[in-house]
Design a protein around this ligand. Sequence first.
Ligand code: E4P
Length: 219
Amino acid sequence: MQLYVDSANLTEIRHAAAMGFISGVTTNPSLLAKEDPSLDIKSLLLDIHASVGGHTSVEVVSTDTDGMLREADEILTWFPEATIKIPFIPAGLAAVRNLANRGIPTNVTLLFTANQALIAANAGATYVSVFLGRLDDISTDGVQAVRDTAEIWDVHGLESQIIAASIRHPIHLLECAKAGAHIATTPYKVLMQSIKHPLTDAGLAAFLKDHEAMMAKKS
Ligand code: E4P
């Protein structure tokens, strides 16, 4: 399972990218709205893309097909490798089909069931983003939606990549990897929580202390 960072914060994204295990970044309008309002969105997205050097999903905000396609074409003039993130609504599906026919990668967002993911895949989505945390928030098993999606993909050999999205904590990462998600787009905080282990820190402290003691004896 590949790891993307789900963020629009350049400091977080640059640090995540510098650690070497991130292969993409997903943004959305809410994440962009948390950043400094004086920042120019286009420049910010270009900096984000340059920082990761891999997959970068940029979401449209129109709710009609023509508007989504106009936005997609503008984003593609900023950087042609962009993946266009489209909400799962009927107008969005038509936009996904149009973009797929032109060979432009799409990430269909706001999916909450395997059926929705299946429909998005049939519309030509390159990526389908299943939001598990928001399902857990309303007392529904979010990991099960990812598991169901992955099972359907296995049965039918579908090609769209399954992104586990709306990740809230490290156990979500573990469960999504076991469930068969191809990618988990993960908040920076959860990436850092997943790196941290008290035994790793204690083990390193002991190794360094023993090394220093050995060097002291030698001198
Ligand atoms: C996915 O691409 C979305 O940006 C994201 O995972 C949404 O997560 P949230 O439920 O924490 O807002």
